[in-house]
Ligand binder design. Structure first.
Ligand code: GAL
Length: 677
């Protein structure tokens, strides 16, 4: 396994983050002090210019790069490098005033006025033209600057616009997709409620003012928004790549499986992925282990967008300012959270932000440098400590997890489930279900990939695809071949009910050829009231079904568990079917966790998948690894506030101290020990 260097010009762990010298132009002494503090904080990177358009182009066509020139030079002199942003995430006042088409329309088709950020129309030719101009100027000016190592395209691209330009672009996108109105009408099942379209111009985006009921339209709108967001970003990428073809580009993603943009689509044309992360640490055990687990799931997803290391582009050195309760980050947690990202494939720990703003919305958001303005705060020292640890990890840069098990998460699939009217109204819990399968893997320290439909399935011995509701004939075929060729597939209730256009599969669920693969037929699905439970029996043990119980029939599959209540008592609740040289498991119910845990353990044992750490992991402690094919780097992470002792039959080397660790390894509270073999 070759190392994959995402920033070829700088093969070190990055440590730094967003820096906004444009806010401090009237305070030269602060800018001076920032460079001293930058070095003192053991930082080596700054992300510049993210919201600096008004400073860079104060009037249309009039540019002022003086602050940026100075910042680039100063950071380089201080030993740092720069990830330079294109400033499109917040536009200057003059731009909105002169070209109102750049302002978004809301879902009631009303034009918004100037304000906030992340709110430009992705279709507007004027916005694309103006971003191309400023991006070109930046690229031309800094193309040979030794500090420049990567481009940060815009910031957290998000949201949607309902302006006439976007409505037309939606129609054009649909024309491209469906070719004819007949095809569109069939795919959208528009004969329902007399919705048949007879002219492309009749199509409008879903809106509370009009269409809310055509599910396929609503899902296509989400796909279009993802496409248009990516297309806008790609137009920006083209401007900088034209001048700096060798400088890699990335864009940072909102944490929490941001729903409105398909991040797999967004990441297609960047050089590497970047994830922002703001875990809501509770400051107490055992909750923080769950918080950590959810962050880990997101990191494993981010790593698999490009199957390369990624950057942790933003995280809070301390508090954020937007949780309901902004509890202080407990001592040691920053170091632990930063190294957690690295354990899962990040080649950086970057913060929002270096210096705290003096005014406006984020004046109380955590920063490396607080309003006191010096190195005395506790969190400054914690940042120093993160920098110190990252500086010792050069040999890990470019290495990757070598996962044998993958979970599947697809944005369109989630949208289709969310849309479905039926089952449980409201949240059908797609992400928590994904988490429920991740948890048994996380606590056993199993390296896991999170992949999409287009990924290559062949590297994985086991694929778990919970709530895989949307399955096209093509995906059905791909899954079938995966199992036929020896793969182990686990799916759950709601599998393969609709195709990629949200049309129900005919001929019985699971559709797309999967009835045969699973050896079952799913006749009905019982949605339970929150207070309902149904007992399930497997191997003499009783488990508890909640929320969903499918009434399935084994048609060739072996029954692993049966319902022990309700009118479907005695019917299969979980099955396994041998198909070709592989196996297909089906879990017909949602369980409270222990059945899932037992099943995951069974799959790991069957396929000989183990943690890279040989010893037992206490509750709240986990292990994740990265490798270059020869050396395995193992991160032992203690997400509890107490000391933990682990046993190992092997001898490891501490990556940072070079010390040999044999027999037992002690982890202080919140500590991560990085070892290799
Ligand atoms: C991110 C954003 C940053 C900053 C941060 C605060 O979503 O990209 O600019 O606002 O949140 O937590």
């Amino acid at each position: 396994m070759e190392k994959k260097y995402i920033i070829p010009k700088f093969k070190h762990m990055l440590h730094g983050g967003d820096y906004n010298p444009d806010q401090w132009q009237a305070y030269p002494e602060v800018l001076e002090e920032d460079m001293r503090l930058f070095k003192l904080a053991n930082c080596n990177e700054m992300s510049l210019g993210i919201f600096a358009w008004a400073a860079l182009e104060p009037e249309e066509g009039k540019f002022d790069f003086s602050f940026m020139d100075k910042a680039m030079d100063d950071i380089y002199k201080a030993g740092g490098r720069v990830i330079l942003a294109t400033p499109s995430a917040a536009r200057p006042q003059w731009l909105a005033e002169k070209y109102p088409e750049v302002l978004r329309c809301n879902e009631r088709f009303e034009r918004m006025s100037f304000g906030r950020r992340h709110n430009h129309c992705y279709t507007s030719p004027a916005y694309r033209e103006k971003t191309a101009i400023i991006n070109t100027k930046l690229a031309e000016r800094y193309k040979d600057h030794p500090a420049l190592i990567a481009w940060h395209i815009s910031n957290e691209l998000s949201g949607e616009c309902y302006c006439p330009l976007c409505c037309q672009a939606f129609r054009d996108w649909l024309k491209e997709k469906y070719g004819t109105l007949d095809n569109l009408n069939h795919s959208w099942w528009s004969t329902f409620w007399a919705h048949t379209y007879t002219d492309w111009n009749q199509i409008l985006p879903p809106s509370p003012m009009g269409e809310t009921s055509v599910h396929a339209l609503r899902i296509d709108w989400r796909r279009f928004v993802s496409h248009q967001t990516a297309d806008f970003m790609e137009s920006e990428i083209a401007t900088v790549k034209a001048i700096t073809p060798d400088i890699p580009v990335t864009t940072n993603m909102i944490p929490g499986f941001y729903n409105a943009v398909d991040y797999r689509r967004l990441n297609k044309n960047v050089d590497f992925a970047s994830q922002d992360m703001y875990p809501q640490w509770k400051g107490r055990d055992p909750d923080d282990a769950n918080v950590a687990m959810y962050a880990a799931l997101q990191y494993d997803t981010a790593r698999c967008f490009k199957h390369k290391p990624f950057l942790l582009m933003e995280s809070a050195p301390g508090l954020v300012n937007w949780f309901q309760y902004n509890k202080l980050m407990r001592p040691g947690v920053l170091e632990q959270a930063s190294l957690q990202a690295v354990a899962h494939g990040a080649d950086s720990a970057q913060y929002f932000q270096f210096r705290k703003s003096r005014g406006s919305a984020e004046k109380f958001h955590g920063a490396v440098v607080d309003h006191v303005g010096d190195e005395t705060p506790r969190l400054f020292r914690e940042v120093q400590q993160v920098g110190k640890r990252l500086a010792a990890l050069d040999e890990i840069v470019g290495t990757m997890a070598d996962a044998k098990i993958a979970l599947v998460h697809d944005w369109s699939n989630k949208w289709a489930i969310d849309e479905a009217q039926g089952f449980q109204k409201g949240d059908k819990r797609v992400i928590p279900t994904l988490e429920s399968f991740y948890k048994p893997l996380w606590k056993r320290g199993i390296d896991t990939d999170v992949i999409g439909f287009e990924d290559d399935f062949s590297p994985y011995s086991v694929i778990i695809a919970p709530m895989l509701y949307t399955v096209s004939e093509e995906l059905g075929e791909k899954l079938k071949n995966y199992v036929k060729n020896g793969g182990t597939l686990l799916c759950t209730y709601m599998t393969a009910m609709v195709d990629e256009n949200d049309l129900c599969h005919l001929g019985g669920f699971p559709g797309a050829g999967l009835k045969e693969v699973f050896g079952i037929w799913n006749e009905e699905i019982d949605t339970l009231y929150p207070e309902d439970t149904v007992p399930v029996t497997a191997d003499g043990k009783t488990y508890t079904a909640v929320d969903y119980c499918e009434v399935i029939h084994a048609r060739g599959a072996e029954v692993l568990a049966t319902y022990d209540g309700e009118f479907y008592k005695g019917m299969p609740a979980a099955t396994v079917n041998s198909y070709g040289s592989g196996k297909a498991y089906y879990l017909a119910f949602r369980d409270k966790g222990d059945f899932t845990d037992m099943m995951v353990e069974r799959l790991l044992a069957e396929k000989n998948i183990a943690s890279a750490f040989d010893g037992a992991l206490p509750q709240g402690v986990t292990a994740h690894s990265r490798t270059d094919g020869d050396t395995t780097y193992l991160f032992l992470e203690n997400f509890t506030a107490s000391e933990q002792t682990l046993s190992t039959a092997l001898c490891w080397t501490d990556v940072e101290s070079g010390e040999k660790l044999c027999g037992t390894i002690t982890l202080a509270p919140h500590k991560t020990v990085i070892i290799k073999k």
